[in-house]
Ligand binder design. Structure first.
Ligand SMILES: [Zn+2]
Ligand SMILES: [Zn+2]
Length: 132
């Protein structure tokens, strides 16, 4: 499905072709620290086109030795995608929080559950308010 999105400040805009069956919630500790929150939700996408702005790319080497590029807005810090270190945008992992279509992209599975924050696995019992 065609998706489009933007970083929080709006300088970076993009579009891509996402696979709606590939949405994953990742509970790994890298995702917790890189997002600054409890877990990351991503979708696999093809042919990412950056329409405006230039993301800052940070290269991370995994324990496996594999390097991955993490791209984020240099101004507001929104994470946009991760992809291969050489910079190809043919196959990337998009962060669904920046996608306009995120409500139509429910996750199919959760990974790295062994490092999940136990309370983040079930928010149903926590008091709910429509606004702040
Ligand atoms: Zn921004
Ligand atoms: Zn992760």
């Amino acid at each position: 499905m065609k998706v489009d999105g933007h970083c929080y400040c709006g300088k970076i805009t993009f579009e891509a072709e996402a696979d709606p069956a590939s949405v994953v919630v990742c509970h790994c500790t890298d995702c917790q620290e890189l997002t600054g929150t409890t877990y990351r939700t991503v979708v696999t996408a093809r042919n990412l086109a950056i329409l405006s702005g230039t993301p800052k790319v940070w290269l991370k080497q995994a324990d496996s030795g594999r390097t991955r590029a993490y791209a984020f807005c240099p101004d507001c810090g929104s994470p946009i995608y991760s992809g291969p270190p050489e910079g190809s945008l043919e196959s990337v992992s998009l962060r669904i929080g920046t996608l306009r279509q995120r409500r139509e992209l429910p996750p199919a599975r959760q990974i790295w559950c062994r490092s999940a924050l136990s309370w983040a696995m079930d928010l149903n019992g926590i008091a709910k308010h429509d606004k702040q």
